[in-house]
Design a protein around this ligand. Structure first.
Ligand SMILES: [Zn+2]
Length: 183
């Protein structure tokens, strides 16, 4: 029996800070490349690592805009009932991706750097693998968010990770293999 070919997709809804991205909502979706199926491996919220008053004014403004127009989460975890301690982020992410025998993917260069540093493995930016705009991906997410978003589900880490995973499986089927990602 050969080991399952398992890839993983990570996405997060984040805040901005002088220390880079601060993860608020994290989602990891496992992609079984043999069975062409996907499954949620982790989906959780994180408490803010420090008080909002320590942010620079420009980041505070940006974050309030994200709350008001994008993911809807508040700094320091009021929406959705708090979350995990921020210091647990690396170990939670490593545990959720430990079954990935194949590549780990995310979307965006800033997130790629962050996730790669946290899991201590290479992470591939889907934008460099031909991922189109979310509205043009042409698949529907099959996982729903338990935290609730005020606006579109396109600002949900789980829904996006699910869409990216479905797109990966679609490419795998279309190309009859997985090598497209190395082109
Ligand atoms: Zn969500």
């Amino acid at each position: 029996m050969h080991a399952k070919q398992m890839a993983a997709v990570i996405d997060a809804e984040c805040f901005q800070s002088q220390h880079g991205l601060i993860v608020r909502e994290l989602a990891v979706v496992k992609v079984d490349l043999d069975a062409s199926s996907l499954e949620c491996a982790q989906h959780c919220l994180f408490e803010a690592p420090f008080d909002e008053s320590l942010l620079r004014a420009k980041h505070r403004r940006c974050n309030r805009w994200l709350t008001a127009h994008m993911h809807g989460f508040e700094w320091a975890g009021r929406a959705g009932g708090g979350g995990e301690e921020y210091t647990l982020l690396p170990q939670i992410l490593r545990a959720a991706t430990s079954l990935a025998t194949e590549e780990i993917f995310c979307k965006g260069e800033e997130k790629r750097k962050l996730f790669s540093a946290l899991v201590q493995r290479p992470v591939i930016n889907l934008e460099t693998a031909g991922l189109p705009k979310l509205s043009e991906v042409g698949v529907e997410p099959s996982l729903s968010c338990k935290f609730g978003h005020r606006f579109s589900d396109h600002h949900c880490a789980l829904q996006k990770a699910c869409l990216f995973a479905k797109w990966l499986l679609q490419q795998q089927r279309a190309e009859g293999g997985y090598n497209i990602f190395y082109l």
